[in-house]
Design a protein around this ligand. Sequence first.
Ligand code: TNX
Length: 481
Amino acid sequence: MTTPNPPVVPLPAEIESGGAPFVLDGSTAVGPDPDAESVRVAEQLAAHVRAATGLPVPVRPGDTGAAITVGRADGSGLGAEGYTVVSDAAGVAVRADAPAGLFYGTQTVRQLFDPHERAVAAARVRDVPRFAWRGAMLDVARHFFGAADIERFIDLVSFYKINVVHLHLSDDQGWRLEVFRRPELTRVGASTQVGGGAGGYLSQEAYREIVAYAAQRFVTIVPEIDMPGHTQAAIAAYPELSATRAEATPYTGTDVGFSSLRAGSAATTAFVEDVVAELAALTPGDYLHIGGDEALSTTEDDYAAFMRAALPVVAGHGKRVVGWQEIARADLGPEALVQYWDHRVPQHAARAASAGAGLVVSPATNVYLDMKYHPDFPLGQDWAGCVELRDAYDWDPATVVDGVDETSVVGVEAPLWTETIVTMPDVETMLLPRMPAVAEVGWTPAARRGWDDFRGRIRAHGRTWQAMGATFHRSPQVDWD
Ligand code: TNX
């Protein structure tokens, strides 16, 4: 008989459990290495434990005798994100070669921790991720979500070792980022959203704060400005950008594919330069996402011309480009990343892979978090079918696209589109429990994964979400604790 794995999600590459747990008391302290990053990660862990237990849990930099230690492993071959955790009756040790690994190790400790018993389950963990890109996307364009909501989203996903948060910052229904050289984008373009509500936007200051908040959780923000389609909000602000009939109001419905920037015009060239320049300056991460999806009213020639002009602008500002799969119609270099989403046209992704571009895989049928869980579910869409928890879990990135193997796949990403999603409880309901399933797809070696084991581990997380005040879908596929 094998003992079930402790409820750690994503499942670590190696974990052995069993034995007496470490029980915290009023004298338990955290002793990080004295460097600033180790201390910060230790402070974050201590804050969670304090909130859950009311214990003082002081942080004492350099105290190697503390019961909980957090520090460098020195050359153990764990890489930038790997870590070890050893917990037993005497204490807990988190070790990594780099700060991100320390952070991931402490997320594992949080998941081994039972707040009622004040105990960390005994375990020996050695863990490294399968894929470098483990993403979640939030569409703040269809319905606007501000900095506090985005930070809450980052809290939830980083607990599952997600390291990329992709923000969909513009669409037909709203432009959501302040651009100093283009004030009408926010004055006009941010003034509404799906259904006609007030909309809103992130000031550059708020955006920087989000980037910093994410960095403290080892999350890279990948901002997306969607072009040349999905641009009605920009066109409402600057009608000269339009390839077709320009209407001066942002759109509040949910159709796609009707708007397009005019390729090759001086107005469009200047616009792309202004927006990309400011966005690149605001974004420390390597990547800018330029959309490129569903440009259904852009001719084939115009699409090619638009991308021929836009791709060098991104490169010229020192960033690597990411685009939705349709961008594979343009000539991409090997530094580009292409995001696969639509199973109805897999040839785009295959073409990108054969050109040497990396793929982020987001198969709508498995990881579109805006799909309904079941046909009667009150939130979400169903064009890609319903996506229950097992659908989000039971698939493999290396075999999901015909003609694309693991060497081309940089990782996975779960997008949450918000045409039907209005509030944070809506966001949480669509995210939980599917996002943790996708996080495991991105992190855990394929040979280690199994639905029955996952189902057994995720059941304990319902309590954690309740304690966090998060709403979740009580999937009937899980016997929730
Ligand atoms: C397709 S996925 C879209 C989005 C919609 C989504 C709704 C993609 C690149 N484009 O514009 O919000 O479907 O599920």
